[in-house]
Design a protein around this ligand. Structure first.
Ligand code: SAM
Length: 425
């Protein structure tokens, strides 16, 4: 956590935050309703958080922090090795203040790797209460490739995000979906969907696909053309079906009677109309379900989706180093990872805080998602990385990362502050 040049609190006798108006930025066309009071602050985060506390206690909806993992390495922008006990004590101090800043319904995300994971959980359990630990998410952050794949043993490809509610009973979270692979159990296709269900003809999905694309069936052998097949399934999701067992006790009247009748009429699709609810369909004593129930828009794309699990292996972009237009090796996180956290834990207008800002990913994504934000970074990259990155977001010039998924056109603004020692007297 401590980085090169880090001031000890004792050295900063009476720190204050001083705004540098020349470094703040506002969109040319920012109107009165635009979010412009976002703050990028350069300084040690403990001192800064304590100074922010009188104004922001109980007002931050979401904290995402990605502190140095304490791996013992020295990176280009920060040192990543301090004595274990000191690292833990410093994390604890910060977690205590962060908890006070959160709203009653707020969420804390702490990103960490397996080096300090167990110790961090112990300390955070103590600060937040074990009952408020919501989840430990496994994030796939690299692949099994390169020199490390040659060694015996395990190739480490994961980091973790530990999630806490400020108070579980009041916790506010949204249902979020993640993209997943095509569900190959849906193998049939309704050829004549505009006819009444009793006359529906179900043909094999692969036949319908081959016919639609003028292909020989044998050209699909061995999973060939999977990407096109998936696109076909997504485009005709209301016609792609499978059957699934359903117990009569799980079906209300009058659908139960239709289910029983369908067992006696194999080959015929029967529809049960349910006032005020979606119709149900049955075939051969089973329920007929449609692929459309699995399709959702995720990050601006129509995909096969499933409810968010605690394994996030779908978020590693090939061009992470280019996101936001700033290079920040070791530690930079994908914008869509932050978007997912903020999708779960915040709504537009909510206040988001990251006090280990690094290259400014959290602030950039919060801004694109129309959340308000506070970002704190100790290193010079507050000015060399966060500043240009956030200016480009405000000006609508950053086309990377979460821009397409959020439809961000530019706008709003932010102010820049420095932590300085107050002049005597
Ligand atoms: C792993 S990086 C964060 C990367 C960030 N999530 C991103 O996507 O760019 C951790 C950052 O915490 C900063 N840091 C370490 N100790 C700090 C402190 N006491 N106050 C503020 N920032 C600190 C480091 O300088 C480094 O930039």
């Amino acid at each position: 956590m401590p980085a090169r040049g880090r001031p000890q609190l004792a050295e900063v006798a009476s720190p204050v935050l001083v705004e540098d108006p020349a470094l703040g930025h506002r969109a040319a066309a920012a109107g009165p309703d635009d979010l412009c009071d976002n703050r990028l602050i350069r300084g040690d985060n403990l001192a800064v958080l304590l100074l922010l506390e009188p104004e922001f206690a109980g007002r931050v909806q979401c904290v995402y922090i990605d502190p140095p993992y304490n791996t013992g390495q020295v990176f280009a922008h920060y040192d990543d090795g301090v004595e274990h006990g000191r690292w833990l004590a410093e994390m604890r101090e910060r977690l205590v203040v962060l908890r006070r800043l959160l709203t009653d319904s707020g969420t804390l995300f702490v990103h960490i790797d397996d080096n300090e994971l167990a110790y961090l959980i112990t300390v955070a359990d103590e600060v937040f209460g074990r009952a408020n630990r919501i989840a430990v998410i496994t994030f796939k952050q690299s692949s099994v490739s390169g020199p490390k794949a040659v060694n015996a043993g395990f190739v480490s490809t994961a980091s973790f995000i530990v999630v806490y509610a400020r108070r579980r009973a009041a916790w506010r979270a949204s249902r979020v979906h993640a993209a997943t692979a095509r569900d190959a159990r849906y193998t049939r296709y309704v050829d004549n969907i505009d006819d009444p269900p009793e006359r529906w003809r179900l043909v094999p999905l692969r036949h319908a696909f081959a016919r639609a694309h003028g292909l020989e069936l044998r050209s699909l052998r061995g999973g060939a053309r999977e990407a096109e097949l998936e696109a076909f399934v997504l485009a005709s999701a209301h016609r792609v079906v499978r059957t699934a067992r359903i117990a009569a006790r799980d079906v209300g009247e009058p659908a139960r009677e239709v289910l029983a009748r369908s067992a006696a009429q194999p080959g015929v699709v029967l529809r049960a109309e349910r006032p005020g609810r979606e119709d149900m369909y049955f075939l051969g004593g089973e329920q007929l379900i449609f692929y459309s129930s699995k399709v959702r828009e995720v990050d601006g794309r129509r995909v096969t989706a499933q409810a968010l699990s605690t394994i996030w292996d779908d978020l590693l972009p090939n061009n992470l180093h280019k996101e936001g237009g700033v290079e920040f090796s070791h530690g930079k996180k994908p914008e869509l990872l932050l978007k997912r956290c903020l999708d779960v834990a915040t709504a537009p207008g909510d206040l988001v805080l990251d006090c280990f800002a690094g290259s400014g990913t959290t602030a950039a994504v919060a801004h694109k998602m129309r959340r308000r934000w506070l970002a704190v970074e100790l290193g010079a990259h507050a000015e060399t990385h966060c500043l240009p990155r956030l200016r480009a977001v405000v000006d609508g010039e950053d086309r990377s990362g979460a821009t397409a998924a959020t439809g961000w056109p530019g706008g709003g603004g932010f102010r820049f502050f420095r932590l300085v020692d107050a002049p005597d007297g």
